[in-house]
Design a protein around this ligand. Structure first.
Ligand code: ADP
Ligand code: MG
Length: 499
């Protein structure tokens, strides 16, 4: 049978450096074909060829056996290829419906844009997909999950025959992922071919018909999903025995002194929470998207108005802003590293010392460049950030290394309490393992860590203790050794408890 899409011997170079070395990839109608690989393996580049982003690729693309040359995004769209890119493309000031209508707004007779029809059509589309995204909220105010779901709705609304999803679920909670899978299965049953990129191998194996593994720009395997295992895939992805897979890290359980204590503390106007974290303890917060984990972390580090009492090493403190919190050694590694964390166009080194510069390397207003440079080099080595140089822009790093940069920055500021929101979102298995050991070594130095994550497996592997957050309320703290995935999942998603 002729595949609906065939890519043959695709090669692509950037500035003379070849990153795809002759990739073959096909998609049949109704097929869900997953594409997996390490950060930097070439997945997005392959997808960008298909999306018409490059004019200078080598090799052939055939649609229903007919060779095509895709050198403009419009040509891809016209050929029925709809791509949800890894980076969001929403208009920040538009709400979901307006973003969905972009470029094909319904008009009234006088040629004026029919804003009412935009909202009605948008709602109808979202309803038909079973997506509940609030109306009238501009994209820049939406949660990351809602932005992602809007992107997905936008792509699905194009009547594509080939739908490409580049890591659509890295920002979604379990329940939302499951909802997305239903949508994917439905469109694939309708005849659409789906290209699905994800780091979640369990999810890949459950949804895909076939899986292709890319490593360093080469296909190392294409095969039916039901003949593959997670461990087998992980080994192919990293090209060696998967050492960094989430083995539960051995921990001594004797806790140090209480470092941070919350007493009826929370976001203003929300229920307060009481909680203690000890030196060297890693406390995990499990919950669904919207359960209030991020707002709690933001309140603790002064990024949101809070009520109640917060004690650090026994003394009550008021952390009214992130700057004040940082002076007390309370730092947040935020969820959205691109918009809240890193200065993407600045150097890796500059990003690392951004917050500690004034305190550590300046004296009477004079920055000690040599000491600063040395500290940067040491940090890059110690935290294993893979970068061409300390001056390379953060935007040139892979997602995993960007995240390590963010954690390194928080670490070099001598934190007492580290708050981490989704520390490994969108990061591959290898980098995940490295981030876990990085966090563990911080804890071993006595830092109290609070980690919010959507990955239950991750919380179980990384944290000493775990509490489930529902509707802004932190539940009972349990030793993670006493918990399992099913129990946590059940607690997280019990009915009627979402915000
Ligand atoms: P993946 O999506 O699998 O993580 P990418 O396709 O993004 O991988 O990257 C593959 C390789 O191509 C990486 O080494 C990356 O640094 C490089 N690369 C991607 N886009 C560009 C670009 N615009 N300029 C230079 N190098 C790039
Ligand atoms: Mg990518």
């Amino acid at each position: 049978m002729t595949p609906m899409l065939e890519m043959r011997g695709i090669r692509k170079s950037f500035a003379g450096n070849e990153v795809l070395h002759g990739v073959d990839y096909t998609v049949a109608p109704q097929e869900i074909h997953a594409l997996v690989g390490h950060n930097g393996a070439g997945k997005s580049t392959l997808i960008n060829v298909l999306g018409g982003l490059y004019t200078d690729y080598q090799g052939e693309v055939l649609l229903w056996g007919e060779p095509v040359r895709l050198s403009e995004p419009q040509e891809s769209l016209a050929a029925g290829i709809s791509v949800i890119h890894q980076e969001f493309s929403l208009v920040p000031d538009f709400d979901a419906a307006e973003n969905l209508a972009l470029g094909r707004e319904p008009r009234r007779q006088a040629g004026l844009i029919d804003h009412r029809a935009i909202q009605v059509d948008g709602r109808a589309l979202l309803d038909s997909l079973g997506l509940s995204i609030p109306q009238g909220v501009p994209a820049r105010q939406m949660s990351v999950a809602h932005q992602q779901l809007t992107e997905i709705a936008k792509a699905l609304s194009r009547d594509a025959s080939i739908l490409v999803m580049d890591e659509p679920t890295s920002r979604l909670a379990r329940a939302e992922r499951l909802a997305l899978f239903e949508i994917i299965r439905r469109v694939s049953n309708d005849g659409v071919g789906v290209i699905y990129i994800s780091h979640f191998l369990d999810e890949v194996l459950s949804i895909a018909d076939r899986v292709t593994v890319l490593r360093d720009g080469n296909v190392v395997l294409t095969g039916p999903a039901d003949e593959l295992t997670i461990d087998g895939l992980a080994a192919l992805i990293v090209g060696e025995a998967p050492a960094a897979r989430s083995k539960r890290i051995e921990r001594k359980l004797d806790a140090g002194p209480v470092v941070i204590e919350l007493d009826q503390f929370g976001q203003s106007g929300r229920p307060g929470n009481s909680l203690q974290v000890h030196a060297g303890q890693v406390l995990g917060l499990a919950g669904l998207v919207g359960s209030g984990r991020s707002s709690l972390l933001e309140s603790v580090c002064g990024a949101r108005p809070a009520s109640g009492t917060l004690r650090l090493n026994g003394s009550e403190v008021r952390l009214n802003s992130p700057a004040v919190a940082a002076q007390f050694g309370v730092v947040l590694v935020p969820e959205d590293r691109k918009t809240k964390g890193l200065v993407m166009q600045r150097g890796v080194g500059e990003n690392i010392v951004l917050t500690s510069l004034a305190r550590d390397y300046a004296w009477l207003g004079i920055v000690h460049m040599a000491a600063r440079r040395e500290a940067i080099h040491e940090a890059i080595l110690r935290f294993g950030i893979r970068t061409a140089s300390d001056e390379a822009t953060v935007s040139s790093l892979s997602g995993g290394n960007q995240q390590k940069t963010l954690i390194t920055r928080a670490s070099v500021s001598h934190p007492v309490v580290m708050l981490l929101d989704q520390p490994t979102a969108g990061v591959d298995i290898g980098a995940k393992g490295e981030i876990y050991s990085l966090l563990r070594s911080l804890a071993d130095q006595g830092v109290a860590c609070i980690v919010a994550s959507d990955e239950i497996e991750e919380l179980l592997a990384l944290c000493d203790d775990i509490a489930v957050v529902r509707a802004g309320k932190v539940g009972k703290v349990n030793r993670s050794a006493d918990l399992d995935e099913a129990t946590l999942m059940a607690q997280m998603s019990s009915k009627g408890e979402r915000e």
